[in-house]
Design a protein around this ligand. Structure first.
Ligand SMILES: Cc1ncc(COP(=O)(O)O)c(C=O)c1O
Length: 385
């Protein structure tokens, strides 16, 4: 591919993604793929001769997209929001396009220093003191693994997993949850969840950087440079040697949205979750099972006479019906030994009307136990109109 082709296809790709996001609401949220469906459609061996990129795009539309679960769908209420704001998507493209690696400060000075600046911005946004220093990791799982390695070398280590809830700390009214945080040793928070940074972007903060570097550093001769004594080499703050320029997507997100834009969206989501909680609380035979402190609402429909395993069967059945319909996607989970439904509000495009429609759907699906055939690809429109 030459640069002219790259330009042509790049424009097409941006248009394609913008169109995908524009029409995603018409697609079934949860994939209906069966195991093996995708593999069956693809050649088992790699192509020997070059193929046109247009053919790749055709297969993307034909084979891949119909077998996706659409996390950016406004009726995605499963797991947790994994928001990919446009600005952050562009930042991610920039990172890939620049193709630089941070093996050391010297291997790409701006990569390291932008990361330090942006992580410092986030530290201030969530009101952590300047006793904390942070670094970008891929996931909370990696950050927590590093915390374990730190803890192995030091007694009384307290690690806080705020992977999901950390985003809410940009809201002063939520900071009561942060009480005591300054006595922790490390914490992780994922801007790639609710905040809007395209996956993957997890922040690992520690108070004792020297300890972190002591347990994680590696310094073979070929990585040593003359500036090592005056800079941070972020390879010493985690497991990986090679570092992606993840700071770009966070930088683009924060600059384009501003703190106020991010706060407004999170407040909208908390309001929507509270609205749902208020509806469930006054509805007969429905129960809110846990305090709604942020954007997740744990609910159960408890019809008279149904309890124990029969209640579990009922819960699994109505959640499965909703998920299979394609109209919305919820996560069933066990709380205190009984199944319930988690409604995780907080998609970028999830407005009040989507939560209202979900609540209507939940009431409708719990009235009838009849299993409906899956609907067509525009199921969400039909169900939620
Ligand atoms: C509280 C909490 N911890 C850890 C994780 C794992 O996050 P990651 O996928 O970044 O490893 C999640 C996400 O599901 C989470 O909500």
């Amino acid at each position: 591919m030459n640069s002219d082709e790259f330009r042509r296809l790049g424009h097409l790709l941006i248009d394609w993604i913008a169109d995908y996001r524009a029409k995603v609401e018409e697609l079934p949220v949860m994939s209906r793929a069966k195991p093996g469906d995708v593999r069956r459609e693809l050649p088992a061996a790699p192509p020997v001769e070059p193929e046109a990129f247009d053919d790749v795009m055709r297969d993307l539309e034909r084979v891949i997209v119909p077998r996706l679960t659409h996390w950016q769908h406004p009726n995605f209420f499963a797991y947790f929001p994994s928001n990919s704001e446009w600005s952050s998507v562009l930042g991610d493209y920039l990172s890939t396009g620049l193709g630089v690696l941070g093996l050391s400060w010297q291997s790409s000075p701006a990569l390291t220093e932008l990361e330090e600046v942006v992580v410092g911005w986030v530290r201030q946004m969530v009101d952590l003191s300047d006793a904390w220093s942070g670094v970008i990791q891929d996931t909370a799982s990696s950050s927590t693994l590093i915390a374990l390695v730190c803890a192995r070398e030091r007694a009384a280590w307290m690690h806080v997993d705020a992977a999901m809830a950390g985003s809410a700390m940009i809201l002063p009214e939520c900071r009561w949850m942060w009480k005591g945080i300054e006595s922790a040793d490390s914490l992780v928070f994922n801007p790639h969840k609710w905040l809007g940074a395209a996956f993957d972007c997890s922040l690992y903060f520690v108070r004792d950087v020297d300890h972190l570097v002591r347990v994680m550093s590696t310094s073979p001769s070929y990585l040593r440079t003359g500036s090592d004594h005056e800079v941070n080499n972020l390879r010493d703050w985690g497991v990986a040697l090679g570092r992606r320029f993840r700071a770009l997507k966070l930088w683009c997100l924060i600059r384009e949205q501003g703190l106020s834009g991010l706060q407004a969206r999170l407040r909208r989501d908390i309001d929507n979750a509270r609205w749902l909680e208020s509806q469930v609380k006054v509805a007969s035979h429905w129960r809110v099972l846990a305090p709604v402190v942020l954007q997740t609402v744990c609910v159960r429909h408890e019809p008279p006479g149904l309890e124990g395993d029969a209640l579990d069967v009922h819960t699994r059945a109505w959640v499965d019906r909703i998920n299979a319909s394609g109209a919305a996607y919820l996560t069933p989970a066990v709380l205190d030994g009984r199944w319930m439904a988690r409604v995780s509000v907080g998609g970028l495009r999830t407005e009040r009307r989507h939560v209202e429609a979900l609540w209507s759907l939940m009431r409708r699906e719990t009235k009838s136990e009849s299993v409906r055939p899956p609907k067509g690809t525009n199921a969400s429109k039909t169900e939620l109109s």
